[in-house]
Write a protein that binds this ligand. Structure first.
Ligand code: ADP
Ligand code: PHD
Length: 453
């Protein structure tokens, strides 16, 4: 293990010059903080959009915001991106040469399809890292340099919008420590073998930081955001929720995959492999203790957090003895795979099965999907149920302890909340309760009060 700390600052921490100054102070405060991964500027306030969303909107000719029913065209997004970066440069008072003309040129790229979306959506991180490194170095005499993925060889697969890091990158990442400068690295993107830009899935700067921590065998991976750690429930939904002091890698994996969007669900994997603690901290309150994520902890409670996933649908099939038909489930799941639809659970019984999915993935494909299932598997009955929310209590203390599950169902029953689905995870450290979206707020509140509050 080295004594290096890898820090990642999320979009909210680098959204404007005030935030960037807070980042500079945090980095300067500990000389072990040698790697600084930065995101694109995030929201300054809730009616602003993230720069990455503006960039995707430019790439898609305005379709990205149209899908979210936002009336912001591609030209307006272009203006917003340029305005935000020129504002940051001006407010920081830093000389960035012809960086803004480079940005304008990049926004006019002639790339098409996924390559276009990947390239444009990476520009937020790319330009922010260059500006932040210039600010660190020129204004305060810090020894800092930008290290771009295309220069040091952060190589990824050519799945342009869902890239994976390639093995040779690990040796290249190690070269970041060749000199004693602080390396400012843009998160979220890498380059393919052919030198094209490919991005991780959304929120993927967390992954950049985690992969770098892994490659350098860092002492710690600090993930700086705008909340004081991982909360027991989304703090926007449960105002009483508190930061969780300690979580295991397994617990954060389950919470992130079931709706906590504070930390990318795959970002714990590279750290887990080398037992590198992850520390989630608040850029606006650096003295708050935050949440530490590690290999093991002694649970003092049953449930440590409750995640919520909205926009869930399931496809339900009935066919006599399908549960005995070897290969039925495999064939059904391969149809979803052919349509590029990720499946979450597939509870099965003797004569029926349901497949749980993100309902946005069914937009535009559901009719073709149904047709293909009918042709291939000839079910007796098929139905699609939309607008569910899945609530997932998680905690190491649930293993072998069914009381919280009983309490949860009892409390929802007392409140006459209809339950659409129940499922216990094979690990026994979480269970899922599906309810109609319309009652999800009340149901989450009841579960919080019963299991944690
Ligand atoms: N359980 C949770 N604990 C903490 N934050 C959560 C949780 N669930 C959702 N969030 C939201 O995640 C946000 C932080 O994630 P994100 O917006 O990706 O930050 P960043 O811009 O730092 O990458 C918080 O502001 C909070 O609204
Ligand atoms: N900017 C990218 C990657 C990222 O990780 O952003 P953030 O740190 O703001 O979640 C996105 O919006 O998806």
């Amino acid at each position: 293990m080295t004594d290096i700390i890898v820090c990642k600052f999320g979009g909210s921490s680098v959204a404007n010059s005030n935030q960037i100054e807070k980042v500079r102070r945090i980095v300067a405060d500990d000389d072990q903080r040698r790697i600084v991964v930065v995101s694109a500027p995030g929201r300054i306030d809730s009616n602003e959009q993230k720069i990455t969303d503006h960039l995707i909107n430019i790439a898609t000719g305005g379709a990205h915001f149209r899908e979210q029913r936002l009336n912001i065209g591609a030209a307006a997004s272009k203006e917003a991106v340029i305005k935000r970066f020129s504002g940051i440069i001006q407010d920081l008072g830093v000389d960035t040469g012809n960086l803004l003309s480079e940005l304008r040129r990049d926004l006019e790229t002639s790339l098409h399809g996924e390559r276009r979306i990947a390239f444009l959506s990476s520009r937020g991180e790319h330009y922010n890292a260059r500006i932040i490194a210039a600010y660190f170095a020129s204004k305060h005499g810090m020894k800092a340099e930008v290290k771009l993925p295309e220069d040091f060889g952060f190589q990824v697969s050519d799945e342009y919008l869902n890239a994976q890091l390639l093995e040779p990158s690990y040796d290249k990442i190690a070269t970041l420590l060749d000199s004693d400068v602080i390396a400012v690295v843009p998160g979220f993107y890498g380059v393919t073998e052919r030198g094209e830009v490919a991005v991780f899935s959304r929120g993927g700067s967390d992954l950049t930081g985690s992969e770098i921590a892994h490659a350098l065998d860092a002492a710690r991976y600090e993930n700086w955001t705008d909340v004081s750690g991982v909360f027991e429930a989304d703090p926007r939904l449960i105002s009483r929720a508190r930061a969780i002091p300690r979580l295991t890698f397994k617990e954060i994996r389950l919470l992130s995959s079931k709706g906590f969007n504070v930390f990318h669900l795959n970002a714990m994997l590279p750290c887990r492999e080398r037992k590198i603690p992850i520390h989630i901290r608040n850029t606006n309150k650096p003295s708050d203790p935050g949440t530490v994520i590690l290999s093991e902890r002694v649970p003092e409670e049953g449930v440590v957090g409750i995640a919520r996933l909205d926009n869930v649908a399931y496809i339900y099939l009935e066919k006599d003895q399908l549960g005995e038909e070897i290969g039925f489930t495999a064939e059904l799941l391969s149809i979803f795979q052919d349509f590029g639809i990720q499946t979450y659970h597939y509870p099965t019984d003797k004569d029926d099965i349901s497949v749980v999915v993100n309902q946005n993935d069914l937009t535009g494909t559901i009719n073709d999907l149904r047709r293909r299932i009918e042709q291939k598997l000839k079910p007796d009955f098929m139905d699609v149920v939309y607008n569910l929310s899945i609530l997932t209590p998680v905690g190491m203390g649930l293993k072998g302890n069914s009381f919280p599950m009983v309490d949860a169902l009892g409390a929802l029953g007392d409140a006459h909340i209809p339950i659409e689905m129940i499922d216990q995870s094979p690990s026994q450290i979480c269970f899922h309760i599906g309810v109609q979206h319309a009652v999800a707020d009340v149901a989450l509140q009841i579960l919080y009060d019963t299991l944690i509050g």
